[in-house]
Ligand binder design. Sequence first.
Ligand code: DX5
Ligand code: ZN
Length: 230
Amino acid sequence: MMKDLHSMTYPAVSPSLLAADKARIGDELARAERAGATFIHIDVMDGKFVPNVSFSLDFVREYAHKHHMVNDVHIMVEEPWVLAPKFVEAGADIVTFHYEACPDQTLRFATIEAIHRAGGLAGISIKPDTPVSVLEPFLPYVDLILIMSVEPGKGGQPFLPGSLEKLDELKALLAQNTKKYAPVIEIDGGIKEDTYNKALAHGAQILVAGSYLFGHEDFADRVALMLQGR
Ligand code: DX5
Ligand code: ZN
């Protein structure tokens, strides 16, 4: 069933499985859910849009139904208009694709439409060098906007401070959006103790965090503080 992002509580945390122990994904999912995460972030990389390869369609198919969190699938792939609906069929609730992965507006709108037609929620993401203004035509149509606060492709990189300004610009753009429901704002990359508060103060609603959460004894305490926004 399609999830309703506007009935969720924010801020929310979306632990990024990229930093999880791949040999025990089931345990890691349980750990994230117990800690209070309401979203789970699954990074898909094709080795073309970004140099690395990460989770696949089969991975989503295997694990999407083994927990109760929202499957927040971030596809860093070429030709998202072909692949995005397949991820919905595999169990993704949200499929977020990259603006930069599409050569033109027609294919960007086609990707959003394909996700919706498959029954999923559509997110669009921009890389650090892409200006927020390019998102304007999509605001009435997407369910989520993902601001990348690092270059996509790997975990553990430092938060780019210019991302805060981008969040401000996005908020200003959204204030002019006339749709009843505004897209939810997510931030991804370098989110940890000294950055999540700033991201929240600048309007981020879903905090993606990989290396700050997985592999740490106090995973649950960290999530609890993030959820309180302090
Ligand atoms: C990077 C991914 C992120 C990554 C974040 O391309 O999109 O989701 O896992 O990792 P951290 O939280 O370690 O910066
Ligand atoms: Zn991601």
